[in-house]
Design a protein around this ligand. Structure first.
Ligand code: TXA
Ligand code: MG
Length: 315
């Protein structure tokens, strides 16, 4: 990490410009969260609807009172256990937070990321950085600096290099602003891990819960037609193979030229999957076929993103 890059990032943020920042989940498109003109640039660059709230990133729990109010002991317990890390908490917002951050809601999403570059920028900047994933609205989140450049290059003053993201999928979002905790977006911190810390079961996502853009059905999607298939269906497909397709296989090995081996365990799978889909999307394939992943708590976040990436699920 270059010290100069961190200083330049802080300079750009203070000037109201956008900076792409690596985090352990995915790259974020950062702006000064106290500057509504700067935050508006995020929406323009992403072509994201303006009523969608953005997450504010902090570097230390001591900053929480500047952004939130009435934080429960349970929320603090999660914060202390999982931050810095791939968890976003939805909390009641402090009165001073601008509505462009919250999408006009009474809540705010907060996260302390676990990446040396993100933490260095946050610390040097000293305030909150609003940062959604650095992709155009509805597309796959970038997990490398190169992917950010491909997505948004022209709109950015600076893209900080931070290597490939260790986690590879967006953070788990838990709404801690109501009477019971609710998972709004599954991530690699699982419902089981959260329940174990809270010593209480989590409620299921309700329709009247706050907006999460990942809740739109066609989110995180490649442009190429993408299908989610069972292992048996892929077996059949391999007996009469089509040309110009890719098959993301998890359980079987074959030397079929269309088959791409994916990791068998969820941590490595999550780390690789967006990058694999992004590269395949450049190849003008007819179809991307993905072998379904297990319906277990460890795979929940991956299953969620694959379901959104797929244009149809073959049952
Ligand atoms: O891992 C991550 O969370 C990455 C990195 C960059 O931190 N960020 C990310 O941001 O995925 P974004 O904007 O792409 O997704 C955050 C989601 C959005 O769908 C947004 O609607 C939701 O969080 N969100 C933010 N504030 C919220 C709030 N107050 N209430 C409900 N949902 C909220
Ligand atoms: Mg996103």
């Amino acid at each position: 990490m270059q010290k100069d890059d961190i200083s330049q990032a802080v300079f750009e943020l203070r000037a109201g410009n956008l900076v792409a920042i690596p985090t352990e989940t995915v790259y974020g498109l950062g702006a000064d969260a106290r500057n509504p003109v700067a935050v508006r640039k995020i929406f323009l660059a992403k072509q994201r609807p303006s009523d969608h709230p953005v997450i504010v990133h902090l570097h230390d729990l001591s900053q929480l009172p500047e952004w939130t109010r009435d934080v429960s002991d349970e929320a603090l317990l999660l914060a202390n256990t999982f931050w810095p890390g791939p968890l976003t908490l939805i909390l009641k917002k402090a009165p001073t937070v601008h509505e462009i951050i919250t999408g006009g809601q009474d809540t705010i999403g907060i996260r302390i990321p676990n990446h040396p570059v993100a933490l260095a920028v946050l610390k040097a900047f000293g305030s909150g950085i609003a940062a959604p994933s650095a992709n155009r609205f509805g597309r796959i989140s970038p997990t490398t600096a190169t992917a950010v450049r491909e997505e948004l290059g022209e709109a950015l003053h600076l893209i900080l290099e931070g290597g490939q993201c260790a986690v590879g999928l967006e953070s788990t979002i838990v709404d801690m602003s109501g009477s019971t905790p609710v998972i709004l977006r599954p991530g690699m911190i699982t419902a089981g891990q959260i329940e174990a810390v809270l010593k209480a079961p989590l409620a299921h996502h309700k329709n009247n819960a706050p907006r999460v853009s990942g809740s739109f059905h066609s989110h995180y999607a490649p442009v190429t037609k993408t299908l989610l298939c069972s292992t048996e269906q892929i077996d059949v497909l391999l007996t009469k193979p089509k040309e110009n397709i890719a098959i993301l296989a998890r359980t079987f090995s074959t030397d079929h030229p269309s088959v791409i081996r994916m990791p068998a365990d969820p941590l490595h799978y999550a780390h690789d999957v967006y990058q694999v889909l992004r590269e395949l999307d450049k190849k003008n394939l007819q179809e991307i076929i993905i072998e379904q992943v297990p319906d277990t708590i460890e795979w929940a976040a991956i299953r969620d993103r694959l379901t959104r990436a797929a244009h149809s699920i073959i049952r």
